[in-house]
Design a protein around this ligand. Structure first.
Ligand code: NAP
Length: 315
């Protein structure tokens, strides 16, 4: 019996029983991505599978975009309970599945697939995972928060914005390097931010701004929570996301980046007396929610947290 390989391919999936015959437990869950070898999802889910005695394991599947449709069609026959989806396939999987949840439809991206009675159901647990992470890190709910999303043009930024709007946040300010994408997202969220019980219309509660210091400065007094949704901060040479002088002690700063564990933005926030957290908690909670969709039972959160902490060296 042996350990699973770093990543399996479409060729393996076509003959899954033979490709995984040497494993001590059947591989019935996977993360699909390109690249995927860096994904921490096995370290998050395998401790949960072990803790619950699920009798199966979680592996990585390295797939190209043109292999996605075939791969989805092979899952049930290969005995899969479901898969997670990571960059760059979340939108492709969304377009390939007809049965998706409202949240996934709003975001246009699927990060969790459940195989159920021969059907595939597409979920997005990034958005509610962020909601849980904010609650855990800052003891606040998105409801009633005034939120600035940095990177509102990418998939993660869209998931964050949709969740904030669905949770009826008080104010939502969208900023993105390519401003047109933030404007487009604003248009998609107007209905969610229109509250017939409020006197003011959606325009005062929902706005898209250019990502530049002057425009950001005008907003920061009326912001409680900043959510950083770009990949900036992963490399030491990355530019500053937000000028430090704009951060105020009352701000809560959530950086979706978790490697390094203390990002430059977090350090800047803490230097200004603000509270800050990295994106590891979002990774944890999107996984917890995925596990609960696959098994229809409560996930062993602490086992998953310990798995992630061991994998990242966090504690
Ligand atoms: P994506 O769809 O490729 O979007 C990238 C976003 O970053 C876009 O808004 C893009 O702006 C912006 N961006 C990229 N380089 C930039 C730069 N130099 N200056 C300013 N903006 C820049 O990626 P994604 O899926 O949204 O992921 C974004 C980040 O979130 C990644 O680091 C990912 O690992 C992280 N993430 C974390 C979690 C978690 O669980 N913690 C979950 C999902 C994602 P333009 O539109 O102008 O290109």
């Amino acid at each position: 019996m042996s350990e699973p390989r770093d990543a399996y391919t479409i060729h393996d999936l076509r003959n899954w029983a033979a490709a995984t015959a040497d494993l001590d437990l059947p591989a019935r869950l996977a993360v699909i991505g390109d690249p995927v070898a860096h994904s921490l999802s096995p370290q998050l889910h395998n401790p949960a599978l072990e803790a619950t005695g699920a009798g199966c394991q979680y592996v990585r599947l390295h797939l190209q975009a043109e292999e996605i449709a075939e791969a989805l069609g092979l899952l049930e026959g290969a005995g899969f309970l479901g898969v997670n989806v990571t960059i760059p396939h979340k939108e492709t999987v969304f377009s390939s599945i007809s049965d998706v949840t409202d949240v996934a439809r709003r975001i246009g991206a699927v990060n969790t697939v459940v195989v159920e009675n021969g059907e595939l159901i597409g979920h997005n647990t990034d958005a509610p995972g962020l909601q849980r992470a904010i609650r855990e890190q800052f003891s606040v709910d998105l409801t009633d928060m005034r939120v600035l999303i940095l990177g509102a043009g990418g998939g993660a930024g869209k998931a964050a914005a949709v969740q904030c709007a669905m949770d009826h946040c008080d104010r939502l300010v969208l900023a993105n390097r390519t401003e047109e994408k933030a404007q487009a997202l604003r248009g998609e969220l107007v209905d969610l931010m229109t509250d017939p019980d409020r006197l003011e219309g959606p325009s005062s509660r929902l706005t898209a701004i250019p990502w530049e210091p002057k425009a950001l400065e005008r907003e920061m007094d009326q912001i409680d929570l900043v959510i950083q949704c770009t990949s900036l901060g992963m490399k030491r040479t990355d530019p500053e996301v937000l000028p430090q002088s704009l951060i105020q002690p009352h701000h809560l700063v959530y950086d979706m980046v978790y490697s390094p564990p203390r990002t430059r933005l977090m350090a800047a926030a803490e230097a200004e007396g603000a509270r800050a957290a990295n994106g590891l908690s979002m990774l944890l909670w999107q996984g917890v929610l995925a596990f609960e969709f696959w098994f229809n039972r409560e996930a062993p959160v602490e086992a998953m947290r310990q798995g992630l902490e061991a994998a990242t060296g966090a504690s």
